[in-house]
Design a binder for this molecule. Sequence first.
Ligand code: ADP
Ligand code: MG
Length: 533
Amino acid sequence: MNQKISRLPDDVINQIAAGEVVENPASIVKELVENSLDAGAKRITVEIVHGGQQLIRVEDDGCGMGPEDAEGCLERHATSKIRSVDDLQELVTMGFRGEALAAIASVSHLELKTSDGTATRILTEGGQVKVIEPCARNQGTTIEVRSLFYNVPARKKFQKSAGANGAQVRRVVETIALAHPEVAFSLTVGGKKTFDVAMSSKRQRVEEILGEHEHAVEAASISGFIGAPSKATSTRSSQYLFINRRPIFSPLVAKAVKEGFGTRIAEHAYPQFVLFLEISPESVDVNVHPQKKEVRFKDEAAIFRSVQKAVEGAFGAAVDFSSPISFDSPPLSSFAESFSFPAFKTVETPELDLTFRDLPLAVIGNYLLLQREHLILVDLLAAHARILFESLKYEKGTAQALIWPLEVKINPGDEEIVEELGGLGIECRLLQRTLVIDALPPFLEAADFPLFFANWKEGKKIENVTARFSRAVRKVYPLHEAVILWRRLQKCRDLFYDPLGNPIWVEVKPEELGQMIGRGKAKGRLSLEGVYE
Ligand code: ADP
Ligand code: MG
C-alpha cells in the first residue's frame, strides 16, 4: 500500500508557522525587538525601507550569541528561554516558543550578525543557510530581513501599502517603547528617523509618545496614566495595556478603566490610558493566542475591581461620582470645533470686532456684504475654496486634532490614499478597511470630510478638488463665521481669486449702485426703453 501520511519537510513547517507568527512587517519587528529586549539590550535601533518589504533591520547591544547559538537560533523550536513545561509558569521573557526566527528566515533573505565576544555572520535564503563565517561586530545582534515573502507570492500580494505597513511598525515600536522606558529606541523609515527616544522614566516616556497626561494612576500593582476625559476618542487607538510588560489587549481592563471614569465621559467614548499591571505570572495565562496579545485572568472580578478603583482614585477624593460631571463644554458651534484657531476659541459670544476696518453688514445666500470705503460683496464659497487650498498646499503643520477621530470606510486598493492625504497635512492612519482621521487642517470640518474625500478620489488636483468641494458643501454661513472666513482670507497669498481663477469678491462703488437703479450713466441705457425720454 502507498504510504499516505508523511512528515512535512521542515521548510514547509516553518512556512506554515510563518503564517501565524509573521503576518506582516509589523509582526516581524515585534518579534525581533522582543528578542532584543530578552537579550538585555539598552539601545534598540529599528530601520525599515518600503514599509519593511524591502528591508527590516533590528540592531541591539544585548548579550549577543556565540557561533553555536547563532547557528542554532534559526532552527524551529530553538530557544534559550525555556527548557521544560515547568519553566512556562515562571516566564519572565517575551518570547518562549523558539519559532519566530525560523519562521521569519523561511520567508525572506535573512542576515544575522551577532557577537558575544566572538562575532558570527550567517546568511539564509528561504531558511536555507548560504553563508556562515566569522565577522566583526561589537557585542550585540543585528538582524536584517530582505525580500520579505519573496517565496510566498500569495502573502506578498496581500501586503498593505508601504505607508500603511510603516504606520503599523511605528505603532509596534511605540507600544514596546512605552513599556520599556529604560531602553533607548529609534525608528528609521525610508531613511528618515521618525522616532528616537533616549532612556527615560515611565512618565517621560509616556509624554514623549502621547503628549502630556493629566493624572497618574498609582496603586499597589497597577500604575500608569489616563488622559483627561476631554481627550477620550471614538476608537481604541490611545489605549495601551501592559501586563508584566507585555503589550496585551484586554476588553475586561478597558471596560474597568471606563467604569473608573464614571460619568465623566460619553457612553461611546474610549478614554486614553497607558496601564501597567504587575501581577504574579500564575494568575494570568498569556498563552492563549499565538501572538501573545490576549490573556486570561484567573480572577477576572478582582482585576476589574482593582483597575476601576485605581482609575477612580486617580481623579481624587473630592470628586462626587453620584452626579454627572460634564467635561469640556461643547464648542460654540461645529464651526468652532474644527476651525478653532486660538483667537476664536476664547470668544464667548461671537461678537463683531469693531477695530476691524470692514463693517460686516449681512450674509445673503452665499454672499457676505461688507462696508469698507465702498461696499464689498464676497463669494463665501470661493473664499472658502481659496483658504482651504492654501492651507492644504502651504500650511501642512496646522492640522488640528479632532475631538473624535473620524472613521471612513475605504475600498481595497485605496490604501495609497493614506500617504497622499498625509502629504496634504491630513493626519490619518489605516485600520484594516477603515481610514481613521486624527487631525484635519483648519477650514475642513470633520462632518464634511467624507465629501472632501469623495472629491479627492475623483480629482486629486487640489485646485479642482477644493473648488468643487466648497461648492458641494454649500454651507450657509452665519454672519460671524462669514466674517472669520473674510478675515482669514486676508492672510492668503492670493486673496482675489479662488484656486480656479474666479474672482472671490468685488467692490461696488456708489456710482455703480446708482447705475443699478438707473441713475448716472445708466440713464442712456434706460432711455432706450423710453422711460426717461
Ligand atoms: P524565542 O524568542 O521564542 O526563544 P526566537 O526564534 O525569537 O525564539 O529566538 C530564538 C533564540 O535566538 C532565542 O531564544 C535567543 O536565544 C536567540 N536570540 C534571538 N534574537 C536574539 C538577540 N537579539 N540577541 C541574543 N539572542 C537572540
Ligand atoms: Mg523571540
